[in-house]
Ligand binder design. Structure first.
Ligand code: 6PG
Length: 469
């Protein structure tokens, strides 16, 4: 009876694909879902001769598992996870392990880990990236929790994870909610890069009037160079898709209202709490929010005017500078995300190995990119590198490509095309490299209206001036 190595609770797309992936690696899998029909359909249509056993009641599911048990919960993040844990708890015993593979908030993971530890049940909060294909063929996995629990599940996770050569894209990241913390930041970076890609697409489509097919060819070319990454690759593909019913490029027919489930917003919220600037991630979240104001934008478009005269750039030149701007923005997006991880690691006692985080993002996940090899090397040299932009390779790249980056921002501003990710990244770069910023004036103003005091560059101490005298 109890010979299953792992149970998968939740058979939505991710749960189904992970269950099949695990079974393909010669582990015995038990599956359970709240609605029976889904279990039956999965067993009939997907499982074939794989070693997967279905349970239709919770006690039956738990009894199928070898003890101490390992249960991977793949349900919608939020209350559903708490409900599943409450349901499971009466049937579990000391030493059993629950892995939460949803996009949970890291604080929820910490709370759940503590709650379960009172019953000596281990909780692993695990970020899973790669969508449906990743889950089926090899995701990037970001687990955090008790080390002894990780060691018990390591063989399964290593088997199912994406590989770079023979190296699996999974590693023990540390205690508490660190797995979900790292996944949250992964998603913040994901938002920033997606927005930057959308901006260069906009400049090619709206400003230069290029067709989706022509833009697709540009992305395909870029994917062979330093921008090489999953998001560039899929953009090259999706731009060639035509609508089956009208024959038009599908991209032109998609409503320009971006949705979000909240992980980008969480990244910004936490970054603000720990005082790490993430302007490009913020710009990307704001851009999604502004996109959702479709009706308001439509009304405003006939009231608020843009620049009178446009500015033209020859197409080959445009494509060249856009590549530079996108590359620079990608570097800054990773820099901001890794800075959040660095500071959080110190503040929350995560002891994160940033080089390792970069390594497990090199395949399987949505932000996988060739650039992550260099990022991993940079943090391997110096885990406390204050900012990725300072690593010699990236400092040199930014220097080499900054003229194109600046030209793109100029072009966009002159033509009234918004580039919030690209321009915020440039402001981040320019701010970070400024030895002196105008914060002296902010301090003077604060002291003027609120006697908040200021420091001076020429002597020690706190000063207050009676400004009106
Ligand atoms: C991943 C993704 C995934 C996320 C989607 C949608 O790493 O596989 O990050 O976890 O759910 O990208 O996120 P939004 O709905 O917030 O865009």
């Amino acid at each position: 009876m109890n010979d299953c190595d792992i149970g998968v609770y939740g058979l939505a797309v991710m749960g189904q694909n992970l269950a099949l992936n695990i079974a393909d690696h010669d582990f015995n899998v038990a599956v359970y879902n709240r609605t029976t029909l889904r279990i039956k359909t999965f067993m009939q249509e997907e499982v074939a001769d794989r070693s997967v056993k279905a349970a239709y009641e919770l006690p039956e599911f738990v009894n199928l598992l070898r003890t101490p048990r390992i249960i991977l919960v793949m349900v919608k993040a939020g209350f559903a996870i708490d409900a599943v844990i409450d349901d499971l708890k009466p049937y579990l015993q000391a030493g059993d392990i629950i892995i939460d593979g949803g996009n949970s908030h890291y604080r929820d993971s910490e709370r759940r880990a503590e709650l379960l530890s009172e019953h000596e049940i281990h909780y692993i909060g695990m970020g899973v990236s790669g969508g449906e294909d990743g889950a089926r063929l090899g995701p990037s996995l970001m687990p955090g929790g008790p080390l002894e629990a990780y060691q018990r599940v390591e063989a399964i996770l290593k088997a199912i994870a994406a590989k770079v050569g023979n190296e699996p894209c999974v590693a023990y990241l540390g205690p508490h909610g660190v797995g979900h913390y790292v996944k949250m930041v992964h998603n913040g970076i994901e938002y920033a890069i997606m927005q930057a890609i959308a901006e260069v697409y906009d400049l090619m489509r709206r400003d230069a009037g290029m067709t989706p097919q022509q833009i697709s060819e540009v992305f395909r070319r870029w994917n062979k160079g330093p921008l090489s990454s999953f998001l560039i690759e899929i953009t090259g593909h999706l731009l060639t898709h035509t609508a089956a019913d009208t024959g038009e490029p599908l991209i032109d027919l998609i409503l320009d209202r971006a949705q979000q489930k909240g992980t980008g917003k969480w990244t910004i919220q936490d970054a603000l709490d720990i005082a790490v600037p993430v302007p490009t991630i913020s710009a990307a979240v704001d851009a999604r929010v502004i996109s959702s104001l479709k009706e308001a934008r439509e009304k405003a478009s006939s009231i608020l005017q843009g620049p009178l005269a446009g500015f033209e750039m020859e197409q080959d030149k445009l494509v060249k500078v856009l590549e530079q701007a996108l590359l620079a923005t990608m570097i800054c997006s990773y820099a901001q995300g890794f800075d959040v991880l660095r500071v959080a690691s110190q503040g929350y006692d995560y002891h994160l190995d940033l080089s390792q985080v970069a390594r497990i993002w090199r395949a399987g996940c949505i932000i996988r990119a060739d650039m992550l090899n260099m990022i991993s090397d940079a943090f391997a040299m110096h885990n406390n590198l204050p900012n990725l932009m300072l690593a010699p390779h990236f400092a040199q790249s930014l220097q080499d490509i900054q003229s194109g980056w600046r030209e793109v921002v100029q072009l966009a501003v002159q033509n009234g095309i918004p580039v919030p990710a690209i321009s915020s990244a440039l402001a981040y770069y320019d701010s970070y490299r400024s030895a002196r910023l105008p914060a002296n004036l902010i301090q003077a103003q604060r002291d003027y209206f609120g006697a908040h005091t200021y420091e001076r560059i020429d002597r020690e101490g706190q000063f207050h001036t009676l400004w009106e005298q």
